[in-house]
Design a protein around this ligand. Structure first.
Ligand SMILES: Cc1cc2nc3c(=O)[nH]c(=O)nc-3n(C[C@H](O)[C@H](O)[C@H](O)COP(=O)(O)O)c2cc1C
Length: 377
C-alpha cells in the first residue's frame, strides 16, 4: 500500500460528545460542548477531559473543581450545538428552550433533555500549553428511567442513539445529521414561543405562574410599593390588589396576555428566602406619536423591602442585556417616579438616563421615564 504523510491535526478523531455543565461565579449555570473526553481509572471510574483556556467553562472548573458531563444524543444535538457555538462570557445561554436541575451528589447543572449524565469532581489538574487536562472522579450517574432494564455491562447504543463527532460533522451511528454551527436552523427564538429564565446567585426570573399567587399578593397589597408601580396607559389599574381573588385575576390576565403576545411578565423569585418578591413586565412598543418608538417598555413591581438600589441593580442586570434582542428594540424605557431615589441610583448604574420626552398614551401624556439606548450600553 502506498501511503502519504499528513501534518499533526485532529483529522481522524471520532468521539462521542458531551455537554459540560458548570456553575458560574454568580450561581447561574453554563454549558458548552467538549469532545476531548475519555474514561479512565483512578481508584474508581474517572474521566479525562481537556478544555481550551479561553472558555468560561475553563474558569468555572478551575474555581469550582466540578462539572457535569451530559451525553449528547440525536434528540438534543442542536441544543448542544448552540452551547458549543456560543461563549459563556457573553451572558447566560438561554436563547432557546431547555431545562436544568442541580446535581444530586455534586452541585453542578444537569440538562433535563439529556438521557445520560455524569456528576464529576476534579481530582487532578494538569496545565498544558493553552489548555488544561482534568482527571475527575465520577460521583453519580443519572440516566433516563427508560433504560433501567438495559444490561449495564453491555450498553446498547441502538437504544441510546449517541451522536458521534468527526471534525467538523455530526453523525448518528450510520447517518450524518448535520454540520457544526447548524443550531440556528433548528430553533425559533421568539420570546412568546419560549420564555427564557434568567438566574444569578440570588434571583431567578421566570414566566409568572399561578403558584406565585400568595407571594405576589403580598407584593401587590403592599401599600408602600404602590407609588413605585407604573399604571400609565393601564385603563386606571393602579395595581393595588387588596384580595387574593383580585390578584388571581391579574395573574390570569398576565398569562392570557402572554399567550396573545401583548407582553411578558416574569416573576422575580428570591432564591435566598424561597419567595416571589415582584414581577417584571416587558413588551415591544411602537408609536408614531412620541419618542418611545421601537422601544422595550419595562415595568418593575417590587415588594417595598426590595426597593433598594443594590437589589434593583442585581435584578435588572439579569434581563436588560438580553431585552434588546428579545423584544427587537433599539431602546428600553421604564418609569421612575420622582421620589424613587433607590430606583434612580440603580437605573443610572445600569446606564439609563432620565428623559424629558413624554409618553403619549391613549387619552393622557405621561412623564418621569428613564431610557437606555442600545448603542449606549
Ligand atoms: C462539536 C464541538 C466540539 C467541541 N469540543 C471541544 C473540546 O473538546 N474542548 C474544548 O476546549 N472546546 C471544545 N469545543 C468548544 C467549546 O464548546 C466552545 O468554545 C464554547 O463556546 C465554550 O463555551 P463557554 O465559553 O461557555 O465555556 C467544542 C465545540 C463544538 C461545537
Amino acid at each position: 500500500m502506498e501511503k502519504i504523510n499528513l501534518s499533526p491535526d485532529w483529522v481522524f478523531s471520532p468521539q462521542p460528545m458531551y455537554i459540560i455543565g458548570t456553575k458560574n461565579e454568580d450561581g447561574s449555570p453554563n454549558f458548552c460542548i467538549i469532545t476531548w473526553l475519555g474514561f479512565s481509572y483512578d481508584n474508581g471510574p474517572c474521566m479525562m477531559m481537556t478544555v481550551g483556556d479561553t472558555k468560561l467553562t475553563q474558569k468555572n472548573i478551575l474555581r469550582e473543581k466540578k462539572f457535569s458531563a451530559n451525553m449528547i444524543t440525536e434528540d438534543n444535538l442542536w441544543l448542544a450545538d448552540y452551547f458549543g457555538n456560543t461563549n459563556g462570557e457573553n451572558g447566560q445561554k438561554n436563547e432557546i428552550p431547555y431545562g436544568y436541575e442541580w446535581g444530586k451528589k455534586v452541585d453542578v447543572p444537569i440538562i433535563n433533555e439529556c438521557h445520560w449524565s455524569y456528576e464529576c469532581e476534579v481530582s487532578r489538574v494538569i496545565e498544558l500549553n493553552g489548555a488544561h487536562l482534568y482527571l475527575a472522579a465520577i460521583k453519580n450517574i443519572q440516566i433516563d428511567k427508560q433504560f433501567e432494564n438495559m444490561n449495564m455491562k453491555k450498553i446498547d447504543l441502538e437504544q441510546i442513539h449517541p451522536v458521534i463527532y468527526a471534525p467538523y460533522n455530526y453523525f448518528s451511528i450510520g447517518n450524518k445529521l448535520g454540520e457544526m454551527g447548524d443550531w440556528q436552523k433548528h430553533f425559533n427564538k421568539d420570546v412568546y414561543e419560549f420564555c427564557p429564565m434568567f438566574e444569578n446567585q440570588k434571583y431567578v426570573l421566570r414566566l409568572v405562574e399561578e403558584k406565585d399567587l400568595n407571594d405576589l399578593h403580598k407584593v401587590y397589597s403592599d401599600k408602600k410599593s404602590v407609588p413605585f408601580f407604573n399604571g400609565d396607559n393601564c385603563h386606571g389599574d393602579d395595581f393595588y390588589y387588596k384580595t387574593v381573588e383580585r390578584m388571581k385575576q391579574a395573574i390570569d390576565f398576565w398569562s392570557f396576555s402572554y399567550k396573545n403576545r401583548y407582553f411578558v411578565r416574569w416573576t422575580i423569585f428570591d432564591k435566598s428566602v424561597g419567595h416571589a418578591v415582584g414581577t417584571i413586565e416587558l413588551f415591544h412598543r411602537d408609536s408614531e406619536k412620541d419618542y418611545f418608538n421601537n422601544c422595550g417598555l419595562l415595568r418593575l413591581d417590587l415588594r417595598s423591602d426590595y426597593e433598594k438600589s443594590t437589589e434593583i441593580e442585581n435584578i435588572l442586570s439579569l434581563i436588560i442585556p438580553k431585552a434588546f434582542d428579545l423584544f427587537d428594540c433599539d431602546k428600553i424605557t421604564t418609569k421612575c417616579w420622582e421620589k424613587a431615589t433607590e430606583r434612580k441610583i440603580a437605573l443610572k448604574k445600569i446606564g439609563f438616563s432620565s428623559t424629558s420626552h413624554k409618553l403619549i398614551g391613549e387619552s393622557e401624556e405621561y412623564d418621569n421615564y428613564f431610557v437606555l439606548e442600545k448603542n449606549r450600553r
